[in-house]
Design a protein around this ligand. Structure first.
Ligand SMILES: NC(=O)NC(NC(N)=O)C(=O)[O-]
Length: 395
């Protein structure tokens, strides 16, 4: 068993279990701000940054005022309030939000609300972050007016926010809204600044539209994959492994701390695998149960800190069994249900494993990536064919 079995559970209260899900709106998932009423001091696109935590640079000023790392509008001197529309990179079910006001202290938005819509036919609209907040052309204006007239459901009612000091900056909102969402409207009352908006949830794909013979990455963020638990995520969360494309840098991968129990003098076995007592693990739920035929494990960017070896176990849980082991997060382990999918392998660059290297040919719903003794993995891809069995709609 790993050194810290449920480290996340220790630091995160149950009502914030959503924090381990994917950020469906971040820029690396393809999230985009398509309209903002005002971006005088700082553009709304900053809300979706994920590779850089918010920062404050005391000496940074622009011709518009103090440089701020977030979305910041003018002090309003006309009726109304400021709002922006965010197109999620991955449409899905939202389980929680973090409205992060980091470093906005005398200028944070005193209240905010969040609305949601499912607009699969939304007009393609990207406004440059101009500083007037006005749509630049008639067609853009019409597109914004159309978005404005759609019916938006209230996810978070108008709520007072806390200022952006280090101990108050996170404004967490658990969300219980069962429908698929493609767009959010973030409202600031009446004006001010917000550093980041994190939209935690699970992607939802229309599996009925997929020809059954198609192979696709069943654990990908865009296909509804999600990390449910892990032993350690000191430097990077395992959910990063299922993101789009190859990773941007080391921050865009799963990276654990160095294990403290590694022996003072390391030894290897006959296959060159290090003899170490401990390992780290991450459990991921596939977007759809399926038969895996190809695996990619990529340690890109982890050059002095790739794992020595990795293996993958898998299981096939029925919706009832999943309900037993997963209640919002991975709360107990299905021990004897794990089967080896990929035997221990050295892991130090981009590896592809096809059918003949895989030890399982039946359907799987969850996988556990085990790395020894510790280190970083940037991407995990599990190509396969979805089966007719489905996950439970609840997570
Ligand atoms: N010092 C400030 O931040 N002032 C103003 N904001 C910026 N970004 O300059 C403001 O009052 O809203």
């Amino acid at each position: 068993m790993s050194r810290i079995l449920f480290s996340h559970a220790k630091v995160i209260a149950f009502d914030k279990h959503f924090l381990q899900f994917n950020n469906l709106a971040c820029e690396t998932a393809g999230g985009n701000v398509i309209f903002a009423t005002d971006e005088w001091f700082a553009p709304a696109s900053n809300l979706l940054k994920v590779l850089e935590p918010p920062e404050f640079i005391a000496s940074a000023f622009t011709e518009y005022g103090k440089w701020m790392d977030g979305w910041e509008t003018r002090r309003k001197r006309i009726p109304g309030h400021d709002w922006c529309i965010i197109q999620l990179g991955v449409p899905g079910i939202i389980h929680g939000l973090d409205v992060d006001t980091s470093f906005f202290t005398g200028n944070y938005s005193p209240s905010a609300s969040v609305q949601a819509a499912c607009l699969d036919e939304a007009p393609a609209l990207t406004l440059e972050g101009d500083r007037t907040g006005m749509a630049a052309s008639d067609s853009q204006f019409e597109a914004v007016a159309k978005l404005h007239s759609e019916s938006w459901e209230e996810l978070v009612p108008v709520t007072e926010l806390k200022p952006g000091y280090s101990d108050t900056c996170h404004n967490y909102f658990p969300i219980n809204y069962p429908s698929r969402v493609t767009h959010l409207r973030l409202n600031m009352y009446p004006d001010g600044g917000i550093a980041r908006l994190k939209v935690y949830g699970v992607g939802q794909k229309d599996w009925s539209a997929l020809p059954t013979q198609d192979q696709l990455d069943l654990v990908a963020l865009v296909n509804g994959g999600v990390c449910l638990g892990y032993s350690d995520a000191h430097f990077g969360h395992p959910r990063n492994m299922i993101g789009l494309g190859r990773s941007a840098n080391m921050g865009d991968g799963w990276e654990t701390a160095r294990r403290l129990d590694r022996p003072k003098n390391l030894q290897v076995d006959g296959k060159g695998i290090l003899q170490v007592p401990g390992y780290e693990w991450a459990v991921l739920r596939l977007g759809h149960p399926g038969v895996i035929s190809q695996i990619e494990i990529d340690t890109n960017h982890f050059k002095g800190n790739f794992p020595d070896s990795c293996k993958i176990e898998a299981c096939h849980l029925t919706p009832e069994e999943e309900g037993k082991y997963v209640s919002g997060r991975w709360s107990s382990d299905p021990g004897n249900k794990w089967r080896v999918l990929l035997q221990p392998q050295k892991a130090h660059h981009r590896h592809f494993y096809s059918c003949d290297s895989l030890a399982l040919s039946g359907p799987v719903s969850h996988v556990r990536l085990v790395i020894a003794p510790d280190g970083g993995v940037s991407r995990l891809r599990l190509w396969g064919r979805p089966t007719s069995t489905r996950h439970s709609s609840k997570l």
